[in-house]
Design a protein around this ligand. Structure first.
Ligand code: AP5
Length: 221
C-alpha cells in the first residue's frame, strides 16, 4: 500500500509514520531524514541543502524529486511505503503521480499553538532517529535516547523564528496539496490533537475504510 502523510511541520507525521511502518511492515521514507543524513555525512548534496533547511526554506523541487525517485525505485518499496514530507509542492505531487500510484493521503491537522509547542519541545536521536518531546513524550533518562543511549539534540530548524518561517511556507506551498488530493479522491483527514495511540488507531481506520481493505496489510481482527 502506497501512503502519503501530509500536514504542517510538527503535527506528528514522523512519529506516526515510524509506528505505522512497523505495523504494516513497509518502509517509512522521510524526505527530511534523507536530507539531514546528507548534511551529517558532509556530502556535496548535504552542503547544498543545509542553507535552505536551516532557514526553514524548501530545498529546490528538482533536487528533492530526484532523491525521492531514486529512493522509491529501491526493492523495499515494491510492497508499499509511507512518504513523510514529500510531496510538498504541487510540482512535486504532479511528478510523484507520474512516477507511482498513491492509494491514500492522510492529511493531519492540529491547532497552531499546539504545533509550536510540539516543535519547541522536540528532541531527536541523531543515531536511531527516535523522536521525543520534553512536554509530551520525555525520554526516560534525561537527554539520552531510550533505545540507543545517544545524546538527544534539538533540530536547527526547531528554533522559534525558523518554525514561523516553516509554517508560513507550509501555508503557501504545501496546503494547496489538500485540494489537489481531495480532487483526486484519495484524501482522508485525521485530527492530530489526540494522544498518539488514538491518532494511530484513527489512521488505521481510515486506511481500512478508504481502501476497502483490498490492499490493506493490517489484520482486521
Ligand atoms: P521535515 O523533516 O520533513 O520536517 P517537517 O515536515 O517540517 O515536519 P517535522 O519533522 O518538523 O514534523 P512532524 O510532522 O514529522 O512531527 P514529529 O512526528 O516530529 O523537513 C525539514 C526540512 O527539510 C524542510 O523544512 C525543508 O527544508 C526540507 N525538505 C524536506 N522535504 C522536502 C520536500 N519534499 N521539498 C522541499 N524541501 C524539503 O512530531 C513533533 C513533536 O510532537 C515530537 O516531539 C513528537 O514526539 C510530538 N508529538 C507528535 N504527535 C504527538 C501526539 N499525538 N501527542 C503528543 N506529542 C506528539
Amino acid at each position: 500500500m502506497n501512503i502519503v502523510f501530509l500536514g504542517p511541520p510538527g503535527v506528528g507525521k514522523g512519529t506516526y509514520a515510524a509506528m505505522l511502518s512497523v505495523k504494516l511492515n513497509i518502509p517509512h521514507i522521510s524526505s527530511g531524514d534523507i536530507l539531514r543524513d546528507e548534511i551529517n555525512k558532509g556530502t556535496e548534496l548535504g552542503n547544498k541543502v543545509r542553507q535552505y533547511m536551516n532557514k526553514g526554506h524548501l530545498v529546490p523541487d528538482e533536487v528533492i524529486i530526484e532523491i525521492l525517485k531514486k529512493r522509491l525505485d529501491k526493492n523495499d518499496c515494491k510492497k508499499g511505503f509511507i512518504l513523510d514530507g514529500f510531496p510538498r509542492t504541487v510540482r512535486q505531487a504532479e511528478e510523484l503521480k507520474r512516477f507511482v500510484d498513491i492509494d491514500i493521503v492522510i492529511n493531519f491537522f492540529a491547532p497552531e499553538d499546539l504545533i509550536i509547542k510540539r516543535l519547541s519541545g522536540r528532541l531527536i536521536c541523531p543515531k536511531c532517529k527516535a523522536v521525543y518531546n520534553i512536554y509530551f513524550r520525555p525520554p526516560k533518562n534525561n537527554r539520552k535516547c531510550d533505545i540507543c543511549k545517544s545524546k538527544l539534540l534539538q533540530r536547527e530548524d526547531d528554533k522559534e523564528n525558523v518554525v514561523r518561517k516553516r509554517l508560513e511556507i507550509y501555508e503557501r506551498e504545501t496546503k494547496p496539496l489538500i485540494d489537489f488530493y481531495r480532487r483526486n479522491g484519495i484524501l482522508s483527514d485525521v485530527y492530530a490533537d489526540q494522544d498518539i495511540e488514538h491518532v494511530i488507531n484513527e489512521i488505521v481506520r481510515k486506511i481500512k475504510g478508504d481502501v476497502h481493505g483490498k490492499n490493506s496489510r493490517i489484520n482486521k481482527t
